[in-house]
Design a protein around this ligand. Structure first.
Ligand code: FAD
Length: 349
């Protein structure tokens, strides 16, 4: 039997959020480890589609300490560039990342410590930062007829390249960034594309990129200025703008049900297709905490910033704006990570 390993702070997840936490834990001189289920560095950036580009130039997509280098020939870097940057980042700061290690359950001990049960032994810790992201929990709405559809269904999670859909009649479901980007990617490459959204799509003004989004989110911390959601949902990246301006990115009413050979819209219109791509979002992957009793009435874990209200040893980092403004972004997660580590330091010392 392997011995239980001990640290002051355990980070679960080695994507950008886990690494940003690691950077600040290192600076605070705390003893910590990062456990990551993936076989390679880069978090979810390893899995994005080939045409995806960052919302912001490299200089505005950096984790604390180390600016992301420019990618030759690209103002907006691709996902592979980000994955390489993250791999280099963890090396540069000698972050103790253990992979592949999947944390299966978090448990309490009688003497006030936390145990992380993993597929490669047990870790004992005084404080925990969950940074597992959302990529491993794709969400698909329960629509009638899904089980009768004879064609192919996939989620954003499984989309890699438009070339895979040559000759296909594709329905893309979802009015967020993934839906708009994938619909734009497929126009002119698939045989036909129908983009369906719950509400009419709301494009952000063309001049708003990731850098401007971060500035808006930062101003909101002090309550000043509009919320991002007041301005729109979809960043008008260059390919999205081009498809929209060419009239190729027109949204149709949401799918009400699926049939064996197509979809029926909420307006009753039928459309024959052989592929449905669900760009319907993700949920925070907090399954290791399922038995730990932190959830509130609505099923979500109530937090004060990143800290779980019911347990001051547990912090949640990343996961959208839930526990810190812009904390699902490269440029935004550092500040929230610093605050979380500061609070953990206060608890431990
Ligand atoms: P992840 O990157 O998902 O990393 C989580 C890690 O935790 C993974 O390695 C996973 O294997 C591991 N893990 C999960 N469960 C366990 C477990 N039980 N035990 C151990 N390890 C576990 N952000 C930007 O800043 N700029 C952009 O331009 C941008 N564009 C985007 C475009 C799209 C289409 C999408 C989908 C996202 C985009 N994002 C962008 C957001 C960004 O990619 C994600 O929010 C970010 O990768 C989340 O980082 P994370 O570290 O929280 O999670």
């Amino acid at each position: 039997m392997t011995a239980v390993r001990r640290v002051q702070v355990l980070v679960v997840g080695g994507g950008q959020a886990g690494l940003a936490a690691g950077y600040h834990l290192r600076r605070a001189r705390l003893d910590f480890a990062i456990l990551d289920a993936a076989t390679a560095p880069g978090g979810s950036w390893q899995h994005y589609w080939d045409s995806l580009r960052l919302f912001s130039p490299a200089a505005y997509s950096s984790l604390p300490g180390r600016p992301m280098p420019h990618q030759a020939g690209q103002t907006y870097p691709d996902a592979g560039h980000v994955a390489r940057y993250l791999a280099e980042y963890e090396k540069r700061y000698e972050l103790p990342v253990h992979r592949p290690v999947t944390v299966q359950a978090i448990e309490d001990t009688a003497d006030g410590r936390l145990l992380a049960r993993t597929d490669a032994g047990t870790w004992r810790t005084r404080a925990l930062i969950m940074a597992t992201g959302t990529w491993s929990r794709p969400f698909i709405p329960a629509l009638p007829g899904r089980e009768h559809f004879a064609g192919r269904q996939l989620h954003t999670h499984g989309y890699r390249a438009a070339a895979d859909f040559a000759g296909r009649r594709v329905v893309v479901v979802g009015g967020g960034n993934s839906g708009a980007q994938i619909a734009a990617d497929l126009t002119g490459r698939a045989a036909a594309v129908r983009w369906v959204t719950l509400r009419p799509p709301r494009f952000l003004p063309d001049e708003i990129d990731g850098r401007a989004l971060f500035e808006i989110a930062t101003r909101r911390v002090t309550g000043a200025g509009p919320r991002i959601s007041d301005l729109g949902d979809i960043v008008a990246t260059e390919p999205v703008r081009a498809a929209r301006d060419a009239g190729l990115l027109t949204a149709h009413p949401m799918v009400e049900r699926l049939t064996a050979d197509g979809v029926v819209g909420e307006d009753g219109e039928r459309w024959a297709c052989d592929t449905v791509i669900w760009c319907t979002g993700f949920r925070p992957d907090l399954r290791p905490l399922a038995g730990f009793g932190l959830r509130g009435g609505a099923g979500r874990i109530p937090t004060d910033g990143t800290r779980a209200l019911a347990d001051e040893r547990v912090h949640l980092l990343g996961y959208g704006d839930w526990t810190g403004p812009a904390s699902a972004t490269l440029i935004g997660v550092g500040r929230t990570a610093r605050t979380a580590v500061g609070r953990i330091e206060g608890l431990l010392r």
